[in-house]
Design a protein around this ligand. Structure first.
Ligand code: NAP
Ligand code: MG
Length: 492
């Protein structure tokens, strides 16, 4: 069962609260980080570095090595030579290594949470209570599968794919790394992983953990850089599998790049999830679920409930309650334990969100923002609601990836199914109703990889996650996540 990790937002309408900052000193960030290749931290061959900053303060946190094609080649060669050792290791032993990583993540949980928040801007409460514990859970879960693959794929000859190139985004940096690395290792593959340019730090701390856990050199290589480094991984001829999480646009570039190469791929791409409130729903619970659905992690969530559909008879009540609730959200310092909405991950992403706010207004939608004062420095955005939205509006069709919710009405089940399915995406959806039969009807008609009923944003290592349509293909998590890293032969 999924654990309840619903965002716990703090009520305080007067917005008077005592600041409760997490201590930064519990995390030591080095001035400079190198590439983790073949079990060692190595300087980049091109001698180039880039800065990672704290988006809440715009301060530089560290200098990060930039891997060029020659570094990628070095990492892939290390992973290839480690593949022989790792894939032939007694499965139980492989499981022990993954288990050790899980334990070390738990031991360093506080530090990892602080670094995640400093580097990416998410509220410390989320890093501490959601991201890092779920990272640990993923390693534990897949450690357990390592010596049980014959139960996952009974009567089949199971082989790992080889070297997996893994490219991840900045919204859940360490969690995405865990989603990728844990099942790959459990099934006997070796890894070259690239975190996003704006959030490389926790992946580099994971590299330290992997080194300390004494994994055979080259089993996991973590190399940093920008899009070009990712492209070099995708195009390397000795990569057998690409596991990518990121935008639909880059997903399409990757699909074109690997066409005809025989490389396997799983693509976890964008989303534009519908959250649907029926008139029989417990309205207060639904409103809280909608708030969690769109404002969790500043709305930088591929499965964020960014489109709300409300049945006409309860529309006014829902909008009024949402607006009231918006005013109580605490926006600001991500290191403060009270904060509900932290910093937008980068200037570029803030510009993107602001561009969509202008588009929405221009399209004739009505914009409502909370009146909260934003910090003077850093990248912040007020939680925003659009009403009077048309289905064809760009704000209703395109992924904004920020704290921005569109609201529309509907009358019948058929109408809302038609509207909910009417985007290029199909990653997730939410349904709020008192009737089990309605939930059943919706779950079979909504074209989404996950449908949450009377809850939202529940994640668990046992559950498969992935999209329909332009949200990508393949599933991560659970048994299905193992299937993405093996090839099966049928022995007759
Ligand atoms: P992005 O621009 O596609 O970047 C994702 C990763 O790909 C980053 O590491 C990026 O490097 C790298 N990259 C960029 N160009 C590349 C290329 N040509 N070849 C190979 N790699 C390349 O996406 P993002 O802005 O970081 O993340 C936001 C997107 O991710 C949203 O669309 C969101 O919906 C999606 N997402 C999906 C899921 C899911 O499970 N479906 C989960 C989380 C996020 P740099 O960052 O260093 O440029
Ligand atoms: Mg950063």
């Amino acid at each position: 069962m999924a654990r309840n990790n619903t965002l716990k937002l703090k009520f305080d309408s007067a917005r008077k609260y005592a600041p409760a900052p997490e201590s930064r000193s519990a995390a030591k960030i080095k001035d400079q980080y190198e590439l983790f290749i073949n079990g060692k931290f190595e300087k980049p061959l091109g001698k180039k570095y880039f800065d990672t900053i704290n988006p809440a303060t715009e301060e530089k946190l560290s200098r990060i090595a930039e891997a060029n094609e020659a570094d990628v080649d070095k990492a892939v060669k290390a992973a290839r030579s480690a593949f022989g050792v790792w894939s032939k290791m007694v499965p139980k032993e492989r499981g022990k290594y993954i288990f050790r990583i899980a334990r070390m993540v738990q031991e360093r949980a506080r530090e990892l949470a602080i670094v995640e928040t400093l580097d990416g801007g998410k509220p410390i409460r989320e890093s501490r209570d959601f991201d890092i514990p779920v990272v640990g859970n993923h390693f534990f879960y897949y450690a357990g599968w390592a010596d049980k693959l014959e139960y996952a794929f009974p009567n089949r000859n199971v082989q790992p794919l080889g070297v997996a190139g893994q490219i991840i985004p900045w919204n859940f940096p360490l969690l995405m790394a865990a989603w990728k690395i844990a099942p790959a290792l459990a099934t006997g593959n070796t890894v070259v992983l690239k975190p996003a340019e704006t959030t490389p730090l926790t992946a580099l701390l994971l590299a330290e953990i992997i080194q300390e856990a004494d994994l055979p050199p080259g089993v996991v290589n973590i190399i940093t850089g920008a899009g070009a480094t990712g492209a070099a991984i995708v195009n390397h001829p000795d990569i057998n599998k690409i596991a990518f999480t990121g935008s639909t646009d880059v997903g399409k570039i990757i699909q074109r790049a690997i066409a005809g190469t025989g490389k396997k791929a799983t693509l976890e791409l964008g989303g534009k999830a519908a959250n649907i409130i029926f008139d029989d729903a417990p309205i207060d619970q639904a409103v809280e679920g909608v708030i969690n659905g769109i404002f969790f992690n500043q709305g930088h969530v591929c499965c964020a409930g960014s489109r709300l559909y409300v049945q006409e008879s309860v529309y006014k009540e829902v909008v009024r309650k949402l607006k009231d609730r918006l005013e109580t959200l605490i926006v600001g310092d991500p290191m403060d334990k009270n904060t509900d909405i932290g910093a937008i991950n980068s200037k570029q992403q803030l510009d993107q969100i602001n561009k969509y706010l202008k588009i929405g207004v221009k399209e004739g939608a009505e914009m409502y923002q909370s009146s909260v004062d934003l910090p003077k420095k850093g990248f912040f955005c007020r939680p925003t609601i659009f009403t009077n939205v048309a289905q064809s509006n760009r704000i209703s069709q395109e992924e904004i990836f920020g704290p921005v919710l569109t609201i529309q009405t509907f009358r019948t089940d058929d109408e809302v199914i038609e509207k909910a399915n009417n985007t290029p995406y199909g990653l997730s959806a939410g349904v709020w109703t008192d009737k089990g039969s309605k939930i059943f009807n919706m779950t079979i008609k909504l074209r989404a990889g996950v449908v949450w009923a009377n809850t939202f944003n529940q994640f668990d290592p046992t559950s498969p996650f992935g999209g329909y349509k332009e949200s990508g293909y393949g599933r991560e998590g659970g048994l299905h996540g193992l299937g993405a890293y093996v090839t099966l032969s049928n022995v007759v």
